[in-house]
Each structure stands twice: as C-alpha cells, then as structure tokens.
Ligand binder design. Structure first.
Ligand code: PGA
Length: 250
C-alpha cells in the first residue's frame, strides 16, 4: 500500500462564514480530480455547512481542534462527537498555536487524540520545535517527546488514522520556510521513530506533512523530498489560486 500524499489547509481564525463558504465553493469548482488527498481545516462555525457543500467532492473537511472532554458542562467547547456529526472526517490536533496560546500539554493532547479517534475522526497531529530549540540542536528530542507524550501509546490499529505534520514553529507564518534538506532530515528521523514504535511497514505507510510558510512557490521543491508526503498550509490556503497551485504541485 503506497502511503497517501496530501495537501491540507488550515484556515485558523480567518474568514466569516460567508467568506469561508465562498472559498469552499471555489475549491469545489476547481479541484475535481486532484492527484493527492485534499483536506481543508476550517473554524468550527464553518464545519457543518462546508462539509455539506463538499459532499461528493474529493475535498475532505477537518476541524482545527476538539475538546479534551467527552461531553457535558464545558461551556464554549466543541466535542469530537460534535465534529464528527458535521460530516468532517479529520481533526487537526497539537498545532503549535494551541500548545503555546492555549496551554495544551501532552496529557491534554493525548485525551483529544483519543476522543477524536474514538469518534471515527482521523487526526492530523502537529509537532515541531521553536527557534531556540532548533538553535540549540534539540529539534529531534523535542519532536520525539511530543510523539511519546501524546500519540505513541496508541495501538498499531489506531495509528493507521494518524497523519503527522512537522511544523517548525519558527517557520509558521514567518516566511522562513525550512529548507528542503532540513525538512527531509526531520521527516526521515520521524519515519524512523514510527518504524521503531510500529514497525517498518507502518512507517512506510505513515503520511508526514510539512508545514510552515509552505506556499505555491516552494511546495514543489519540498514535495520532491522522499519523506515529505505533502503539506499543511496556513496563509496560502486562504486564497483559492494559491492553495490549488500547491495541490497541483503535489
Ligand atoms: P503558514 O501556517 O503556512 O501560514 O506558515 C502553517 C500552519 O500553521 O499550519
């Protein structure tokens, strides 16, 4: 089984419902036969409408987060079960913005991952080091700890529903993309960790995305690396032409 190539968008906290619907409509119109899996991560508010619109389209929908609790008195939270009920198929978890600004630690993320999987969602699990850690040469130990803290306890069967996204924090939204060599080195390292945990075949089958200022200009060069299976795209996913050019580069 060849591993799945993927281009996923992460809209973050951008677009009103109407703007998001317009972007999804444009993508639906333009992306009919992509050569890779295509996912768009939208704010919760958009999920139900966009998932309904994209029924029958090859484009799948992701939430950008879910609660670490199953249900009940957690005002303002959105559960994995609710996400699933919209028709979304994926949930992005562990994004560095969630870790940094909303204090999501390994344990919270472990709970979120388990709830997402238990509710039949696939998880795009983000990992990556900050600038100081890269400068200190600690990037490998950082991502290893992130995996061990939140996802490496999963069964081999559950692991099949995990997509990894390596996103060096210093590259997110900064225009400072990792070089293809830096990204490839890290992706090969990550695949090695997966091989140790789940075996060579599981590692071979695991989709590992690169994210961090990936755009329509640098995507092809990044995607040409043997261990980079696609991208998780922030800023460039907000403009149909740019996102479509990245899909075409995959
Ligand atoms: P960026 O964001 O493409 O705007 O750098 C990527 C991400 O945070 O997923």
């Amino acid at each position: 089984m060849a591993r799945i190539k993927m281009v996923a968008g992460n809209w973050k906290m951008n677009k009103t419902l109407q703007e998001g619907v317009a972007l999804a409509a444009q993508l639906k119109e333009d992306v009919k036969n992509p050569k890779c899996a295509v996912v768009i991560g939208t704010p919760f508010i958009h999920l139900a409408t966009v998932a309904e619109m994209l029924k029958g389209s090859p484009i799948k929908v992701a939430a950008e987060n879910c609660a670490d609790k199953e249900k009940g008195a957690f005002t303002g939270e959105v559960s994995a079960e609710m996400v699933k009920s919209t028709g979304a198929e994926y949930c992005i978890l562990g994004h560095s913005e969630r870790r940094a600004y909303y204090h999501e630690d390994y344990e919270i993320l472990k709970n979120k991952v388990e709830l997402a999987l238990a509710n039949g969602l696939k998880v795009i699990f983000c990992i990556g080091e900050v600038k100081e850690e890269r400068e200190a040469g600690k990037q490998n130990e950082v991502v290893k700890a992130q995996l061990e803290g939140s996802v490496f306890h999963l069964s081999a069967e559950a692991w099949k529903n995990i997509v990894l996204a390596y996103e060096p924090v210093w590259a997110i939204g900064t225009g400072l993309t990792a070089t293809p060599a830096q990204a490839q080195d890290m992706h090969a390292y990550l695949r090695g960790l997966v091989a140790k945990q789940y075996g060579a075949q599981a590692a071979e089958d695991t989709t590992i995305l690169y994210g961090g200022s990936c755009n329509e200009k640098n995507a092809a060069e990044l995607f040409a690396c043997p261990d980079i299976d696609g991208g998780l795209i922030g800023g460039a996913a907000l403009v149909a032409e740019k996102f479509e050019a990245i899909i075409a580069a995959r």
